[in-house]
Design a protein around this ligand. Structure first.
Ligand SMILES: C[S@@+](CC[C@H](N)C(=O)[O-])C[C@H]1O[C@@H](n2cnc3c(N)ncnc32)[C@H](O)[C@@H]1O
Length: 352
């Protein structure tokens, strides 16, 4: 990839941040212009010339800067960051950011190389919750074994512990510390008054984040856009739920995790394999192995021990992406059903 191509990628990622995060938009636009003119980004991003669009180098750069702000290592830049009490001043932002990149070049380079994008966006629990209701009712068994591939910090493993605001009504757990404004158009094709019962929850990730540590919480926080206050509040509440009911995310790749978790049937329970915004990061070898493991488990699924695959993943459309929620249930409904589509952060969402 040429420098010009990488700058184009940064601009594309910048436009994807609007209208939610003018700050990240300004940052990535500044970085793209800096790259064009051979500034500090030309050296810092030299190793990113081989990066794929799916590895989102712009968001990793923004996260490296945000992390320095959250660690109180960049006080002047922090004045722009609402996540630490600042207020964005777009006209000075890039100059202050570039200064931080010069002063902390080694740290930023190391972080860029070491991290994949790990948003762990808990807004995705809203379509997950709706999709689980549909899956459970299609499969006709009451308890769900929830298995998440690419779980990051595991914040989406508690969809049954969240309150969901739908048309002025709170569904799910109304007493929860976390209430998601679903922004739903339409509703899932299921009876939403039936309580969702999760009997087992487990997740894996090749880079698991331990949210019981300050480092893990800082890591996840760094990927939240600093001026998206609603997401900040969501993350804080999700961390509270995680502390009350910890689930350690296993340090395994998807296929190894599924081999273990799908090794034997669980009669009377619906096993659901779930992943959101993971597929673009998975290596071709892991994709192939994952599909094989799942195909074998699907072939062995029965009405007493059914299996479902529920995913929220981006699909390319004309000029951009849309995030589709897709469901397959074996043996009841094996064909792919597109349940709806929405934003990459799970809300708002339109049910089909
Ligand atoms: C963008 S994050 C999404 C995290 C979470 N699913 C969510 O929706 O908030 C993608 C995650 O996939 C993980 N990942 C990538 N390849 C993987 C693989 N082969 N097996 C398991 N996890 C993987 C990454 O480490 C990262 O945590």
């Amino acid at each position: 990839m040429s420098t010009a191509h990488l700058a184009g990628l940064l601009r594309e990622q910048a436009s994807g941040c609007l209208p939610v995060s003018p700050l990240t938009h300004a940052l990535l636009t500044g970085a793209a212009a800096d790259l064009d003119s051979g500034g500090v980004c030309a050296g810092l991003l030299a190793d990113e010339l081989g990066a794929t669009a799916g590895s989102v180098p712009g968001l990793r750069l923004a996260a490296a800067l945000h992390r320095l702000v959250l660690e109180r290592a960049a006080p002047r830049l922090a004045l722009h960051y609402p996540s630490v009490g600042g207020s964005a001043r777009p006209e000075r932002l890039w100059a202050d950011a570039a200064q931080v990149l010069v002063e902390h070049a080694e740290q930023v380079r190391t972080r860029l190389a070491a991290t994949a994008v790990q948003t762990n966006e808990v807004g995705r629990s809203a379509p997950l919750w709706g999709g689980l209701q549909v899956a459970g009712q299609r499969a006709g068994v009451p308890g769900v074994r929830l298995l998440e591939v690419g779980a990051s910090g595991g914040l989406n493993l508690r969809p049954d512990r969240i309150g969901y605001l739908v048309d002025g009504e709170v569904l799910g757990d109304p007493g929860s510390a976390l209430r998601l404004d679903t922004g739903w158009t339409g509703r899932p094709p299921a009876d939403l008054d039936v309580p969702l019962r999760v009997v087992h929850r487990a997740g894996c990730d090749v880079h698991p984040v331990d949210v019981s540590t300050a480092d893990g919480r800082l890591h996840l926080g760094s990927f939240v856009w600093p001026d998206d206050t609603a997401r900040w509040e969501r993350l804080r509440a999700a961390l509270t739920l995680a502390a009350a009911e910890p689930v350690a995310v296993q340090p395994l790749s998807g296929p190894d995790f599924l081999l273990r978790e799908l090794a034997r049937p669980h009669p009377g329970e619906l096993t659901v394999v779930w992943h959101s915004v993971v597929w673009q990061y998975v290596s071709p070898a892991d994709r192939r192995r994952g599909r094989d493991v799942l195909a074998r488990a699907a072939a062995a699924a029965t009405a007493e021990a059914p299996l479902a695959l529920l995913v929220l993943e981006p699909v390319r459309t004309g000029g951009g992406f849309r995030f589709e929620l897709r469901l397959q249930v074996w043996p009841a409904a094996p064909e792919v059903a597109v349940l709806g589509h929405g934003s990459g952060h799970g809300t708002p969402f339109t049910w089909a």
